[in-house]
Design a protein around this ligand. Structure first.
Ligand code: AMP
Ligand code: MN
Ligand code: MN
Ligand code: MN
Length: 282
């Protein structure tokens, strides 16, 4: 029998709407084929795929939560806040996300200028070709262009050598505030989740402040089992969830069959001493 812990929930994934390469329908089919019971599409800063994802999931008998992954600037670093179970037609979150997306086109042009200085031309047009939309152009699309150009063997190499702080294609950017992101999610009836906490370049004191502030403003959960964490980090963030009283989330962060290390639904179950985030939804 499927208990609340062994439910195959995958609550973090990306489609062509943001920086994934599969359509919402293709993702629903892949999730279903991989044995997922409860799925959320969480495109970056955009809800445009939500209706299609829900319809495709419903046709397959797959339970669905509307989701989003919001880009946030906190203490000068980019962090990601996932919203789950939101009303994807809520005016407040739609407006907030629209504003959050606005800076992407200009940032991409600045990134291309930087890359030109190290001899890589046509990066804006190249990345735009992969993105399809200047409001959603992301570093991932630049990474795919640089791989296509033969600059690097894979996107992992591009990030490491070009697209992170202190590398030639990195342009700092101011995203949404943490307070705004959490308030949009809450106003839309959703649960706010700190995505992949193991990925941030914040020290222990700053992380403590992040957890406390996030909790103060109504954040309820953190990702424990994610494609971005190592097995050691499953332990670390499981303890953090207990210590701060957060619900625990699980999601692959799947983007593409070749690029992503973790496929939809193919990750360990949540440790059974934690309270799953899906216990907040009935
Ligand atoms: P952006 O929102 O434009 O800053 O792009 C962030 C996206 O880049 C993330 O959502 C990931 O999909 C991708 N990304 C970030 N770091 C890496 C990395 N080291 N390797 C591969 N993809 C990455
Ligand atoms: Mn991404
Ligand atoms: Mn993320
Ligand atoms: Mn993600």
């Amino acid at each position: 029998m499927t208990s609340v812990f062994t439910l195959n929930a995958d609550l973090h994934s990306h489609s062509v709407v943001s920086d994934g390469t599969l359509t919402p329908e293709e993702l629903a089919e892949r999730a279903h084929a991989n044995g997922v019971h409860l799925w959320a599409l969480t495109d970056h800063d955009e809800l445009d795929g939500q209706e299609r994802a829900r319809a495709a999931a419903s046709a397959l008998g797959l339970d669905y939560l509307a989701g989003v992954e919001i880009s946030v600037t906190w203490m000068g670093q980019t962090i990601h806040i996932v919203g789950l179970g939101i009303d994807a037609a809520h005016a407040g979150i739609l407006e907030g996300l629209r504003h959050t997306r606005e800076g992407r086109g200009n940032r991409a042009k600045l990134m291309a200028e930087q890359l030109l200085k190290v001899g890589i031309s046509g990066a804006y047009e190249g990345a735009l070709h992969f993105a399809g939309n200047h409001d959603l152009i992301s570093r991932t699309h630049f990474a795919r262009f640089l791989v296509e150009q033969g600059v690097c063997p894979d996107t992992e190499h591009v990030f490491k050598n070009y697209l992170v702080e202190d590398k030639p294609g990195f342009v700092p950017h101011l995203w949404a505030t943490l307070d705004d992101a959490v308030s949009w999610i809450k106003a839309a009836g959703g649960v706010a989740v700190i995505a992949h906490p193991g990925r941030y370049k914040l020290n222990a004191m700053q992380m403590d402040e992040l957890y406390k502030h996030f909790k103060d403003i109504g954040g309820l959960a953190i990702e424990v089992i994610t494609g971005s964490h190592s097995p050691n980090q499953y332990q670390t963030y499981g303890k953090i969830a207990q210590q701060y009283g957060f619900l625990a989330s699980r999601g692959s962060d799947f983007h593409d069959p070749n690029e992503s290390h973790t496929d939809l639904g193919r990750l360990p179950h949540l440790p059974d001493h934690l309270t799953p985030v899906w216990s907040a939804f009935h």
